[in-house]
Ligand binder design. Structure first.
Ligand code: C2O
Length: 341
């Protein structure tokens, strides 16, 4: 059977996996009149752009929206920290799976990873648009699969910006990303940079070509009601490297280096927009047919607090085509397509 949304009345303390601390990641509501999510009508397509290519006006607009999110009352489900906590809720054990008191609800490490995060950042984007009265507002993505994007995107590094977060690895503020990074590894020397860019591109290229016939390798393995996750896909694995590279080295690695706190950094959403974009690219390469023709995936559902202040039940099958959610990614070249194995 497909995984179902949690029972809101049964939230429990979650766990920070870095130090075992018990933490409260419960939503600020314990009951809700849950309604089915209806994909929006396509009046226009929001275009998500690469963060390093945003114009000054686009950056300013984004900063304003984030400012408004931060100014909301602390217990408002839209509030910046409440939005960040959602990640902990579904990742650090705030709920058991319905009907399975010994299995925590966990959306990492399986085929639920990409659809859950797609919905998560979708509602974040819609709420931000609502707050600034602009339904065409779109969030940027961190284009880390292209050489010019293999750095922390500039708009997030300005200390006077609402996008700024000091809990990062400061040594990486102008360093080149290495997709083979592990916590604490030294930065590439200038002589190594060209080589590492090519190696990164090759890794992305291999990630696509080695998994194109087998979606479980790319997106993660099946997880059905009552299962614990045990199979992250190569996209999730690669994405984990960026969490490590962005977060501080010292344990507990708050914010980005730790699931519990990762979404407190605005860069998280840019990172996940790129993960989402790479899934979209993968779907395109496969002719946009559902990656898993399995009701336990297609009918799996999550709940989110939406931009109309309703709690909506969202099924995986309704998020498979980004255009049906009203957004698309600005067409960019895919430099990894030009490298050879
Ligand atoms: Cu929910 Cu980047 O992980």
């Amino acid at each position: 059977a497909p995984v179902s949304p949690p029972d809101l009345s049964k939230c429990q303390l979650a766990t920070d996996s870095a130090n075992g601390e018990r933490v409260n990641c419960c939503p600020p509501y314990t009951t809700a009149n849950v309604v089915d999510f209806i994909p929006p009508r396509k009046e226009f397509l929001r275009q998500r752009k690469a963060a390093h290519k945003l114009s000054h006006d686009e950056i300013r607009k984004f900063q304003t929206a984030i400012q408004k999110l931060k100014e909301l009352p602390a217990d408002d489900p839209w509030n910046y920290m409440q939005q960040a906590t959602i990640h902990c809720t579904y990742c650090n054990g705030a709920f058991d799976q319905v009907g399975f008191d010994d299995v925590l609800l966990q959306i990492h490490g399986s085929w639920l990873f990409t659809p859950w995060h797609r919905y998560y950042i979708y509602f974040w984007e819609k709420i931000l648009g609502k707050l600034i009265g602009d339904p065409t507002f779109s969030i940027p993505y961190w284009n880390w699969d292209a050489p010019d994007g293999m750095y922390m995107p500039q708009p997030y590094l300005d200390t006077s910006s609402t996008l700024y977060n000091g809990n990062r690895n400061l040594d990486h503020y102008s360093a080149l990303l290495d997709l083979d990074y592990t916590f604490g590894a030294p930065n590439p020397t200038p002589e190594q940079e060209e080589e590492i860019k090519i190696k990164n591109l090759r890794k992305v290229y291999n990630m696509f070509t080695e998994t194109i016939g087998s979606p479980a390798l790319f997106l993660g393995t099946p997880l059905r009601a009552g299962d614990a996750p045990d199979g992250a896909g190569s996209l999730e694995n690669m994405h984990g490297t960026l969490h490590q590279w962005t977060g501080p080295v010292a344990i507990p690695r708050h914010d980005m280096g730790n699931f519990y706190t990762a979404a407190r950094d605005t860069m998280f959403f840019a990172h996940h927009a790129n993960v989402d974009r790479l899934w979209d690219t993968y779907s395109d390469l496969r002719g946009n047919k559902a990656e898993f023709n399995d009701p336990d995936w297609l009918e799996a559902s999550f709940i989110f607090y939406d931009e109309n202040r309703k709690v909506v039940r969202c099924k995986v099958k309704d998020c498979l085509i980004t255009e049906n959610l009203g957004y698309t990614y600005q067409t960019e070249r895919h430099p990894w397509k030009d490298v050879k194995k």
